[in-house]
Design a protein around this ligand. Structure first.
Ligand SMILES: *Cc1c(COP(=O)(O)O)cnc(C)c1O
Ligand SMILES: [Zn+2]
Length: 389
């Protein structure tokens, strides 16, 4: 294994990795794993990677935590297709649109990536009970990977979470508690009880390894595009773990000499009913205030306050990207538009990005020939209640 330590994303303080760890002990901000990238580079090259048979995200094993002699907790996550969206592109006058289809992951969303890595590490470091607040897909993913690892899972969900998410958690053996409130209220409930109950808190960016699973989005994208990153990436942003993870992957790949210094422009897409990052980006803030009365059918975007807000805002500015909010009605409308032209029943979060692309193309912020990657982060099937029969 090439991981050396955990480093605080805000104050830089180093922490040892050999114990269960949540936030920085000095400033309570997220921790990132650090690796001996020079040593990785001697072992793993773009060519040797191409010859690997492993298709799951564990093909990037040297760039992930977990000692090399320990079996990961896996359900075959990652290795999702990158599809051209020519018909949709043509309808909106764009020639080079790609969809990274994350709905093909175990539990039908990209939350599987983060949970495979985080549950592997939590189990290795001795956790027996894990807990997470979830407004949608994180709960199902944790429930599944915890079952696979033989750990007890405690999932706290807002009462109005899509039915599919609640049912799937219960059916893979998790303890589910429904809360009258938002995901932030669920998180507060876990924080209050975790010590007494012996739960390890698996909230995104409040433990160091979900981001490592999600960073593999960046590695896969680079590999699938033959090490030429796109001009723009549209990412449906809740907690921001995928956005932050991809950016980390880009930095690691540059250090490895696998890509150059150019970066895609990163666009955060949120829901009009819950757009804290859009609001903070527009007003030039470095952190995002809690968004009041958050509501949207895109439950993955219903995150009124994200602990990684300062990291997201920095990435959006550094990459010369933007943040954009989409109405629920538009997400639902674009779901069918995209579905009918490309054959994918996308999650509303994914649909929001296609709606955003239309706006960015109309405003000239993305030019017709530019290479654009859109993340469809989950399957529309989980949101079936939002659609008419
Ligand atoms: C969780 C989730 C998101 C948001 O992901 P973050 O990395 O937390 O920003 C987007 N789409 C879907 C389908 C999700 O489940
Ligand atoms: Zn710190």
């Amino acid at each position: 294994m090439f991981m050396t330590h955990l480093s605080c994303t805000a104050c830089g303080l180093h922490h040892k990795w050999r114990q269960l760890q949540n936030l920085c002990t000095a400033c309570q901000k997220p921790l990132f794993p650090a690796y001996e990238l020079e040593a990785v580079g001697r072992e793993l090259t773009r060519d040797s990677l191409a010859a690997r048979r492993e298709k799951s995200l564990w093909r990037y094993r040297e760039l992930l935590p977990l000692p090399s002699d320990v079996e990961p907790v896996t359900l075959g996550e990652g290795g999702t297709p990158l599809l051209r969206a020519d018909r949709f592109g043509k309808q909106i006058g764009m020639a080079n649109i790609w969809i990274k289809d994350e709905s093909l992951n175990p539990t039908q969303s990209f939350k599987a990536r983060g949970m495979s890595v985080a549950v592997s590490m939590a189990k290795y470091l001795g956790a027996t009970k894990v807990a997470v607040p979830s407004a949608g897909n994180a709960g199902g993913a944790l429930a599944a990977y915890a079952a696979r690892a033989g750990l007890e899972a405690h999932i706290f969900m807002p009462r109005d979470t899509p039915r599919a998410n609640i049912v799937e958690c219960r059916e893979v053996g998790a303890h589910v508690t429904l809360i009258d409130g938002l995901i932030t209220d669920c998180g507060a409930e876990i924080a209050k009880r975790k010590e007494r109950e012996g739960w390890f808190d698996m909230s995104t960016l409040k433990e160091p390894y979900r981001v490592e699973g999600k960073k593999t989005l960046g590695y896969e994208l680079a590999e699938q595009l033959r090490w030429q990153l796109p001009d723009a990436i549209l990412y449906p942003t809740g907690g921001g773990t995928g956005l932050i993870g991809m950016w980390k992957a880009f930095d690691e790949m540059e250090a490895l000499g696998w890509i150059g210094p150019n970066r895609p422009r990163m666009f955060s897409v949120q829901a009009s009913g819950c757009a804290p990052i859009v609001r903070a980006f527009e007003t030039g803030e470095n952190s995002a205030a809690e968004f009041p009365n958050a509501h949207t059918v895109a439950s993955g975007l219903r995150v009124p306050k994200a602990i990684g807000d300062f990291l997201m805002l920095k990435i959006l500015r550094e990459s010369k990207g933007d943040a954009i909010a989409i109405d629920d009605e538009e997400m639902i409308r674009v779901t069918r538009e995209l579905g009918a032209s490309e054959g994918l029943f996308v999650a509303p979060e994914g649909a929001a990005c296609f709606a955003a692309l239309k706006l960015l193309s109309l405003s000239g912020q993305i030019a017709p020939e530019e290479r654009v990657v859109i993340f469809n982060t989950g399957s529309g099937i989980k949101y079936i209640d939002c659609y008419e029969q």
